[in-house]
Write a protein of this length. Structure first.
Length: 575
């Protein structure tokens, strides 16, 4: 959608809204809801849609193009992938040898135009159009798909063998649709693709920055072809429809290689597919890039330098634990050390590291793999997850006998990890003497830098925040860690940040993610507490007295710094 600032300048310059009171109310509504100001102005009949977008075009020096009733060549239309067209409101309507003509609702979205230039090799010639006109053009995608799949529908309605499905999966329209879904997911920096069958349609959703977003809805007739195509790519059984299957494949997109981890399960209306996107050859992030504040970073670096002991990362599924472990491995990965990992599954390949994947079918579990590693002369061992007593005990004994052990657990915070290991059957004195550091974490979305806006919390938000954290505590925290300004004497005067929503962040106000952390570094006093069978609450109180920041506090500091929002911190830390 058009950025609010440009829209306001256009309305003012061309005097498009005579009723100033109604215009002010529309602006207020846009700020309080997720709706775009243009959508509200047109929806409330304050401005004619075509007039508004024509004038925006004049202001930006971009010609307006009406698309209703336009005949667009199918080959030209398909130069812009269907998911990209739907999510970024752009269609290709003409081209020549050098240029491709694009109709867009937001001509300032240069990122999308640049992607299309790279994909097609043609120079974008940008036009502006209205949402209603664009909707007409987007309908052509569905019409085209339905026409192409009339023949395939007849085939798949009778297809019962793997051979028939293979023929369907090799049809060019199926290949194009699947390629389009994969390419657009890469372009959007999605972490997962969900392909979900329903009674009458096939829904495609991407997980972007930790949140699932609907991308497109395809005709049900595409279902068998798409599932078969992905099974072929992942080398899975085509004629197996009643049992879960897992596989993997890679694609090359320009200079980038991307691996896809595929999981297929039977559901009521067919087979659901989830694909995890795993970039190949990506360098491990530094601790700064992960988002560690200076004090926490120093604790982690100190633990990494120790020749033996345990470094544990905790948090729920999808909280970035594996990324943190890989980043630590990247720091430790030197020619003079032998590093072995056992994972389930291997997510990223690391040059110079011996990586193994568990295989329960042949009895190769975390525990058996860990035992074998100890005969492989390792310096550093990474265990994907400590799930049971046997794995916990072997990990602790490996840490005691001169190895640096990295692993993950599923606990809500850092102090809870220590009693959790004891509950698994590891004696308290072993836990106390082997654990170097515990990192608890969550992932928060980062505010989009292109539409970041300063604001102050309203009374209701202040009250809620005060209840959760305590007003005086928050101000003291900001003063020490977040450069509180002299004029920010009370929470009402403290400036926070939010993203208004723009084309670059798909109107969400967020782009990218980073971690918020709770880093518990072991010392003699904490060791003594653990040996005395202290509770998680006792351990937490002592750690905080020694200066440990909780995840809430770490997140609040980053919200004050304008990296994330308070809403995000509360969203990911609530239990």
């Amino acid at each position: 959608m058009i950025p609010a600032q440009i829209l306001e300048e256009v309305v003012k310059k061309f005097a498009l809204c005579a009723d100033k009171d109604k215009y002010a109310k529309a602006k207020d509504e846009a700020e309080k809801t997720d709706k775009n100001l243009a959508e509200i102005l047109v929806g409330n009949n304050l401005i004619d849609e075509k007039t508004l977008y024509t004038k925006i075009g004049e202001y930006l020096n971009v010609p307006y193009i009406p698309l209703k009733g336009a005949e667009i060549n199918k080959d030209i239309l398909n130069l812009v992938p269907n998911p990209l067209a739907l999510s970024h409101n752009v269609v290709a309507f003409d081209k020549n040898e050098q240029t491709i003509k694009l109709a867009m609702i937001d001509p300032t979205d240069m990122e999308t135009a640049e992607f299309i230039r790279r994909k097609t090799g043609l120079e974008p010639d940008i036009y502006i159009t209205s949402p209603t006109e664009l909707k007409e053009a987007l309908h052509l995608y569905r019409v085209g798909l339905e026409e192409e799949f009339k023949i395939i529908q007849e085939k798949t309605s009778e297809a019962v063998t793997g051979h028939d499905l293979k023929k369907v999966a090799e049809e060019l329209p199926v290949i194009n649709v699947v390629n389009s879904i994969l390419e657009h997911a890469i372009y959007e920096n999605a972490s997962d693709i969900h392909i979900e069958p329903s009674e009458k349609e096939l829904d495609i959703r991407y997980r972007i920055d930790g949140v699932l977003r609907p991308v497109m809805t395809l005709p049900k007739t595409l279902q068998n072809g798409i599932v078969a195509r992905i099974k072929i790519l992942a080398n899975l059984k085509l004629d197996e429809h009643m049992a879960p299957q897992d596989g993997r494949f890679k694609i090359q997109l320009q200079e980038d290689k991307m691996a896809f981890r595929v999981s297929i399960i039977p559901v009521y209306d067919g087979e659901k597919i989830v694909m995890r996107l795993l970039p190949e050859g990506v360098k491990a992030l530094t601790l700064d890039q992960l988002g560690f504040l200076p004090r926490a970073k120093q604790s982690v670096e100190s633990a990494i330098k120790k020749p033996n002991g345990m470094i544990l990362v905790t948090g729920p599924t999808g909280s970035g634990k594996t990324t943190t472990l890989y980043s630590v491995l990247g720091i430790l990965n030197q020619p003079g050390v032998n590093i072995s990992t056992i994972e389930d599954p291997i997510e990223y390949r690391i040059q110079g590291v011996n990586q193994s994947q568990v295989n329960p079918k042949v009895g190769f579990t975390f525990a058996t793999g860990l035992r074998s590693f100890l005969r492989q002369d390792p310096n550093i061992i990474m265990v994907g997850e400590i799930r049971d007593q046997e794995t916990a005990e072997i990990s602790v004994h490996a840490a005691m006998t001169g190895h640096l052990v990295l692993s993950t657990l599923h606990t809500n915070d850092a102090p809870t990890t220590l009693p959790r290991l004891i509950d698994m059957g590891v004696p308290p004195f072993l836990v106390a003497y082997t654990v170097n550091v515990i990192i608890a974490q969550r992932l928060v979305r980062k505010i989009c830098t292109y539409c970041k806006k300063e604001f102050k919390l309203d009374r209701n938000s202040l009250n809620e925040l005060g209840k959760v954290f305590g007003t005086d505590k928050i101000l003291a925290l900001f003063k020490e860690f977040a450069d509180l300004k002299p004029e920010e004497k009370s929470l009402e005067e403290v400036a926070f940040f939010k993203g208004e929503g723009c084309g670059r962040c798909n109107q969400t106000g967020y782009k990218g993610r980073m971690g918020i952390y709770e880093v518990l570094e072991m010392d003699e006093e904490l060791t003594r507490k653990i040996n005395e069978h202290a509770t998680a609450g006792d351990i937490k109180a002592m750690a905080q007295a020694k200066g440990m920041l909780t995840m809430y506090e770490d997140g609040l500091i980053k919200a004050k710094k304008g990296i994330t929002s308070i809403g995000e911190v509360l969203r990911v830390t609530k239990n």
